[in-house]
Design a protein around this ligand. Structure first.
Ligand code: UDP
Ligand code: UDP
Ligand code: UDP
Length: 465
């Protein structure tokens, strides 16, 4: 008989282990918040120093507003400087965390009450699965991307096993049982199996079959074909169940004192184009210039969040040095350009926002889906072209494939102007996007598919306690 009485006996205790970057931390904190609301105990494992300032700010704020969460900081042994093929600080941190993930064992093995499960980032699946076996508990992988891109990740060990074959490839990637992925949507690093990013993902993708399930920030109606092909064992049969639990509900953030809020409050409904490329996508100065001309020529109101460095702490250049003073003066009543962190989830929920120009980071896609905001997809790297395909097919947005990957070519003023006008005027697009919003809210509302899925996971953990 259990030594715990009453509610503790059936209260699952779950350790959450995100990897680097806001795109990974954010869904984990939302998941933590959801688990707390379903009466679970949560332990959050984070690395001792984070790559971005935003990550440490968000972790501190989240812990201060949820003091019941136990926090364990994990010292990741640093990587030796080497001649790696990638110098992106986030990729280096993925690799450092991935190869040290098994070191969490002593930190979590004597927790009281003992853990019922670990929910860990896909990039640490390999190390954490071994720890979970020692502890005799399930490890659920948490995927921070689309089911479409996850299917590519799961197939990556096979795809990269013959490097020569992949690098000479010009045809679509056919994963048996799934719709082929255009070769142009495969992230360029995947053509090099030695690339830090590729090697880290392959070593963890191999361990996916050892996970109890894969929790995904997506929902049934958004990616029905991929989800059903995998879950009905028509594709990637070695994978555990894919568990769509999204769009993950946002939690209340620190009050945003940004100057843009009073401005947004005074704009007409659905009149503003919100332009943002996530937490870590820098744009070249030439591309910034074209974008500013495109925005100005489109004549729509805009709120533009500008980033010129991968890591926020390095982004020190003044706005006036990036954009001309005359542009800022000419557009001061029409738009706002900011070089700061904003509460994107709140901006997307604001009635003045009518369209979203975005790089298709998966969290951003899910946030737009939740609010039914039409998107102009401008994927830049990684999973973003695969994600763009998904949102276009689901009816949430438009995508001009000729724009290429970020930096592949300069997308010109007139192309940008034309697509922004389309985004803001296409009535059918607006109504399809609203429909997506309704479906998203249905999935996470009472009796919805995503809520049922997470409740089943929690129930199964209670049974095993
Ligand atoms: N975000 C934000 N404010 C910013 C930039 C980003 O709140 O100024 C949030 C955004 O809402 C999303 C996350 O940071 O939840 C970024 O994740 P996403 O997957 O969209 O893109 P990534 O940054 O990983 O490329
Ligand atoms: N402009 C344009 N296409 C271009 C370059 C400029 O439409 O390729 C327009 C732009 O919208 C602005 C004007 O020309 O109205 C002047 O732009 P520029 O960047 O030369 O000057 P600034 O914005 O610094 O005043
Ligand atoms: N990825 C992951 N965990 C990581 C790093 C990458 O699961 O720690 C996967 C994930 O699917 C992610 C994709 O690789 O969305 C592309 O990663 P990238 O860093 O290019 O994009 P981001 O995570 O910023 O959206």
């Amino acid at each position: 008989m259990s030594i715990f009485q009453g509610s503790e006996a059936s209260q699952p205790h779950i350790a959450l282990f995100p990897s680097a970057g806001m795109g990974h931390l954010t869904p984990f904190l939302r998941l933590a918040s959801m688990l707390l609301s379903h009466n679970c105990m949560v332990t959050l494992l984070t690395t001792k120093s984070t790559v971005s300032a935003a990550e440490s700010t968000y972790i501190s704020f989240f812990l201060s507003t949820n003091p019941e969460i136990k926090h364990i900081e994990f010292q990741v042994p640093p990587m030796q400087p080497s001649n790696t093929t990638a110098d992106d600080p986030f990729f280096i941190q993925f690799k450092a965390t991935s190869r040290s993930a098994h070191l969490i064992y002593p930190l979590i093995s004597s927790l009281s009450p003992p853990l019922s499960a670990i929910f860990s980032d896909l990039v640490v699946a390999s190390g954490v699965s071994k720890v979970a076996v020692y502890l005799g508990i399930p490890n659920y992988a948490v995927s921070t991307t689309s089911a479409k891109f996850l299917s590519l990740l799961a197939y990556l060990p096979i795809l990269t096993s013959d490097a020569a074959k992949l690098s000479n490839r010009s045809t679509d990637i056919e994963i048996p049982g799934l719709t082929p992925l255009p070769i142009s949507s495969i992230p360029p690093p995947f053509f090099n199996p030695d690339h830090l990013f590729t090697a880290t993902l392959v070593s963890n993708a191999i361990a996916l079959p050892d996970c109890k399930g894969i929790l995904m920030n997506t929902f049934d109606c958004f990616e029905p074909e991929t989800l059903s092909a995998i879950n009905n064992k028509r594709a990637l049969r070695n994978l555990p169940p894919i568990l769509p639990i999204g769009p993950l509900e946002t939690y209340e953030l620190k009050k945003d004192l940004g100057q843009y809020l009073p401005w947004l409050n005074s704009q007409p409904a659905e009149s503003v184009v919100f332009v943002s490329f996530g937490s870590r996508t820098a744009m070249t100065k030439d591309q910034i210039k074209e974008l500013r001309h495109g925005l100005e020529k489109s004549e729509y109101r805009f709120l533009w969040i500008l980033k010129t460095k991968t890591v926020d702490k390095d982004d020190t250049e003044d706005l006036e040095d990036l954009l001309s003073c005359s542009f800022l003066e000419r557009t001061k009543n029409k738009g706002m350009v900011l070089k700061e962190w904003v509460n994107q989830q709140d901006i997307l929920a604001h009635p003045a926002v009518g369209g979203f120009v975005n790089h298709c980071g998966w969290n951003s896609v899910m946030e737009a889906a939740q609010r039914g905001i039409p998107m102009l997809a401008w994927p830049q790297h990684g999973d973003q072209r695969a994600n763009a395909e998904v949102l276009e097919k689901a009816g949430l947005g438009i995508w001009d494939r000729t724009w290429g990957w970020g930096g592949q070519r300069l997308v010109k003023t007139d192309e940008i102007q034309k697509r922004i006008s389309e985004l803001m005027t296409d009535v059918k697009l607006k109504s399809r996007a609203k429909k997506v919003g309704e479906e998203a809210r249905k999935a996470t509302g009472n009796g919805g598919s995503s809520i049922k899925t997470i409740m089943e996971v929690i129930e199964s953990l209670k049974q095993n306690n």
